[in-house]
Design a protein around this ligand. Structure first.
Ligand SMILES: *Cc1c(COP(=O)(O)O)cnc(C)c1O
Length: 323
C-alpha cells in the first residue's frame, strides 16, 4: 500500500487539457438570498449542469482517454449506483469504445435508463447481497475489459479535480470549499486543486449522516468499512474510502462533516424554488453543511460544489411531499 503513487495537481492540469472541448465548463452561480442567509459570499459550482448531469463525466472521460489501442478495442467495465455509470457510458461512446456497466437493482430508474440510452450494456446486481467489485473483476478477467472504479483511481481523481480548478480560476482564492463525499474521488481531486490554487482555503468533505465512514476514517487514521447506508443521497452510499483517496483526504482535507436526509430535502427545495436549479440529494451535501456552519462562515468567501442533478421528477416530487 505504501507504494501507491498519489495523483498531484499536475495530473489535474493534464486532465483539464484532455477534457477540454468534451466536458462543459460549468457555470458558477451566486444567490443574494444565500449570501444573506449565511452572511458570506457564496459561489456554487454547478456540476448539476455538467454533461450527463454530474461531475463524474470529468473523471470518466479523463480515465478512458488514457486507454491504449488494445484497451479501447476490448472496452471498459464499471460498477456504479448511477452517475459513474452514465459518465462511463457517455465517455465510452464519445471515444468510440464499448462499455459494460454493473448497476444495483435499486438504482434510480432515470439513471439506469440514461446509461442504456448512452449505449451502455447494463448488468444488474443486488446491492445488499452481492459484491459488485467481484462481479466487475470477473467480467474484466473474462473479456479483457479494463475496470474503471468510480473513485479509487488516479485518473478519476485527477479528472474530478478539474471542477474545483475551474471554480478557483473564476473566483480567485476562497476561505472555504464544501463538496460531497462518497468514496472520495471528488473531494480528493478538489483538495489537490485547492492546495495548489488557494492554499489557505479550508476544505470540507460532507457525507450523509447515515453513513459517516469517511468521518470515522478521517478521525481514526485508518479506512473504516460500513454496511451500505440507507440514505436518499444515493451518490454517496459508499461503504469505504479508497486507497488513493484516503491518504489525500487525510493530508489535504480540513474536516469531514455530515448532513441528514431532512437537511438535504430542505436544500433541494431551496435550489428548485429560489435558484431554479434541480440538484439531486447527494449534490446538496455541501450546502447543507455550510448552513450548519453559518456562524463561522460570516464575512468569508465560500465555494460549494453542487455535484449532480440526476433525480427523476417522480422521486423529486415524492421527496418534496415528505417534508
Ligand atoms: C459520485 C457522486 C458523489 C460522490 O463522489 P465520490 O467521488 O465518490 O466521493 C457526490 N455527488 C454526486 C452527484 C455523485 O454522483
Amino acid at each position: 500500500m505504501n507504494t501507491l503513487t498519489l495523483p498531484t495537481f499536475d495530473d489535474v492540469l493534464a486532465a483539464a487539457a484532455r477534457i477540454e472541448g468534451y466536458a462543459h465548463k460549468t457555470p458558477v452561480f451566486t444567490s443574494k438570498t444565500v449570501n444573506e442567509e449565511l452572511g458570506a459570499e457564496v459561489f456554487f459550482k454547478c456540476e448539476n449542469l455538467q454533461r450527463m448531469g454530474a461531475f463524474k463525466f470529468r473523471g470518466a472521460f479523463n480515465a478512458l482517454s488514457r486507454f491504449d489501442e488494445h484497451q479501447r478495442r476490448a472496452g471498459v467495465v464499471a460498477f456504479s449506483s448511477g452517475n459513474h455509470a452514465q459518465a462511463i457510458a457517455l465517455a465510452a461512446k464519445l471515444l468510440g469504445m464499448p462499455a459494460t456497466i454493473i448497476m444495483p437493482h435499486d438504482a434510480p430508474v432515470a439513471k439506469v435508463a440514461a446509461t442504456k440510452g448512452y449505449g451502455g450494456n447494463v448488468v444488474i446486481y443486488d446491492r445488499y447481497t452481492e459484491d459488485r467489485e467481484q462481479i466487475g473483476r470477473e467480467l474484466a478477467g473474462k473479456h479483457g475489459l479494463t475496470l474503471i472504479p468510480p473513485y479509487d483511481h488516479p485518473d478519476v481523481i485527477a479528472g474530478q479535480g478539474t471542477a474545483a480548478k475551474e471554480l478557483f480560476e473564476e473566483t480567485g482564492p476562497l476561505d472555504a470549499l464544501f463538496a460531497p463525499l462518497g468514496g472520495g474521488g471528488l473531494i480528493s481531486g478538489s483538495a489537490l486543486a485547492t492546495r495548489a490554487l488557494s492554499p489557505d482555503c479550508a476544505v470540507y468533505a460532507v457525507e450523509p449522516e447515515a453513513g459517516n465512514d469517511g468521518q470515522q476514517s478521517f478521525r481514526s487514521g485508518s479506512i473504516v468499512h460500513i454496511e451500505t447506508p440507507k440514505t436518499i443521497a444515493d451518490g454517496a452510499q459508499t461503504q469505504h474510502l479508497g486507497n488513493y483517496t484516503f491518504p489525500i483526504i487525510r493530508r489535504d482535507v480540513t474536516d469531514v462533516l455530515t448532513a441528514s436526509d431532512a437537511e438535504l430535502i430542505d436544500c433541494m427545495r431551496f435550489f428548485a424554488s429560489r435558484m431554479k436549479l434541480i440538484v439531486e440529494p447527494t449534490g446538496c451535501l455541501g450546502f447543507a453543511a455550510a448552513r450548519q456552519m453559518k456562524a463561522s462562515l460570516k464575512g468569508k468567501r465560500v465555494g460549494i460544489i453542487l455535484s449532480g442533478g440526476n433525480v427523476d421528477l417522480d422521486r423529486f416530487s415524492e421527496l418534496m411531499l415528505q417534508h
